[in-house]
Ligand binder design. Structure first.
Ligand SMILES: NC(=O)c1ccc[n+]([C@@H]2O[C@H](COP(=O)([O-])OP(=O)(O)OC[C@H]3O[C@@H](n4cnc5c(N)ncnc54)[C@H](O)[C@@H]3O)[C@@H](O)[C@H]2O)c1
Ligand SMILES: O=C(O)[C@H](O)COP(=O)(O)O
Length: 397
């Protein structure tokens, strides 16, 4: 029997996801040497030396800024994530965040926690004190949503149902996302338009070079007086110093975020949660199951679904002998691969090749067993980043 696949776990992964790794074929744990794949949530992989044995990384969540995607791409290693699997959990926390800010709940809870429960005057103090925490309602207010992907669309929809006006900005919105948005969502043409018009602004975009400090001292001043900024995406998307300054000037009413830091903690008006967006039983299970199944399909069959750096490529298994090749997206790769197979007298049964940016990926099913020398010959072709032979046990007649 073949050796089991070795999966290194860098975070606690939901048990439902780990159940998708059949015990007979997989060994998963926190102390795995020479892993074939890594499963991770938010652990920072940038500083770690990733063993060359790693053929895939699975992120049980959405954001992949904790993973050195560029480095892994250069090795022909796909990075899978779980699009949408935790979006509902984030949506619900964003709604909670708007209510925390609008009704001054964080401050009000603090006020109550500070009361002496044995004080005979407590009731009077409550009735006298409550006016300090009087708030406003969400209905009729305008919510600006920056980023209309999996989370942003759900937030926009929920806000409409709460009676809010919604203004959305996403220069690269997908056709599917646009179809899923309620018709009442108005399109904004820039971040500044959203900042100028909204009472609440919520950010649902990845942290990449282009979005780093998207909200900064140059544009935060254009927000409405007393507006609420919500950041459940990543700390680095806002310039935290600019946010704290805007809170001090009362330009911003509240900053609600999922990312405590030395800059924002303890500043008046900051409501910081401990990165809880995806921390529900349902989201943790959804993410782990989705990404683990994708990882298994890749390791065993070479199929790629939901990798952030590879095209989606999957082909039904009709032959027992499959070769999976990750290569640079340059001319004549398929020609050279086909020649190597022809020279080895291997007949191609089925083949698919797709590209995405600088990366291309090829699956080839052949009609007979592939010798290691053929895999070596393909590996030596300039531009080939990784090649794997994936024989299907039990299909050889
Ligand atoms: N707090 C949490 O626990 C938690 C949970 C899930 C996701 N997140 C974060 O939220 C981000 C979004 O998650 P998602 O599942 O909606 O991702 P997604 O990929 O479905 O959506 C992201 C959207 O942002 C858009 N976008 C990119 N740059 C933009 C810009 N400059 N202006 C406007 N739109 C832009 C994209 O076109 C895309 O539609 C993730 O990348 C992650 O960092 C946090
Ligand atoms: O990008 C994500 O999916 C979230 O930030 C969740 O991160 P977590 O899996 O570490 O909770």
């Amino acid at each position: 029997m073949a050796d089991p696949y070795r999966i290194l776990l860098l975070n606690q992964i939901s048990a439902s996801g780990l159940k998708c790794l059949p015990e007979a074929r997989y060994l998963a744990g926190k102390e795995i040497n020479e892993p074939d794949a890594i499963l991770v949530r938010s652990a920072d992989m940038h500083a770690m030396t990733i063993p060359t044995s790693v053929r895939a990384v699975g992120r049980a969540g959405a954001g992949t800024n904790n993973i050195p995607v560029k480095l892994l791409s250069s090795r022909g290693v796909p990075v899978f994530n779980a699009p949408g699997a935790n979006a509902n959990a984030v949506k619900e926390l964003v709604i909670a965040g708007m209510l925390l800010a609008a009704r001054n709940l964080s401050e009000a809870l603090h006020f109550v926690a500070m009361l002496d429960p044995f004080d005979t005057e407590m009731e009077k103090k409550v009735e006298d004190g409550k006016r300090l925490y009087s708030g406003f309602e969400l209905a009729g207010k305008t919510l600006g949503v920056v980023g209309l992907g999996k989370v942003g669309c759900l937030v926009a929809d929920a806000a409409i149902k709460l009676g809010m006006h919604v203004l959305g900005f996403d220069p690269e919105i997908t056709v599917d996302a646009a179809w899923n948005l309620p018709a009442q969502v108005k399109k904004a043409n820039s971040v500044s338009e959203v900042l100028r018009q909204a009472n609440f602004v919520t950010l649902h975009i990845p942290l990449i070079e282009a979005t780093s400090h998207l909200i900064n001292s140059d544009n935060i001043g254009s927000m409405k007086q007393g507006a609420v900024l919500l950041n459940f995406s990543r700390a680095g998307i806002v310039d935290e110093a600019a946010v704290v300054a805007a809170l001090k000037e009362k330009r911003l009413g509240h900053y609600v975020c999922d990312f405590p830091s030395a800059v924002v903690n303890r500043s008046t008006g900051v409501i910081a949660l401990p990165h809880l967006g995806a921390s529900t039983r349902e989201a943790e299970e959804n993410c782990a199951v989705m990404v683990t199944n994708q990882l298994v399909d890749f390791l065993e069959h070479g199929n790629v679904i939901n990798a952030v750096n590879f095209p989606n490529v999957s082909m039904p298994r009709e032959s027992s002998d499959r070769i999976a090749i990750a290569n640079a997206n340059v001319p004549n790769m398929v020609g050279q691969i086909s020649t190597a197979l022809a020279e080895a007298k291997l007949n191609i049964h089925n083949m698919v090749n797709k590209s995405r940016g600088e990366m291309a990926y090829t699956l080839v099913d052949v009609d007979s067993t592939v010798k290691p020398s053929v895999i070596d010959a393909i590996r030596k072709i300039e531009g080939v980043l990784d090649v794997r032979y994936l024989p299907l046990e039990g299909m050889h007649g």
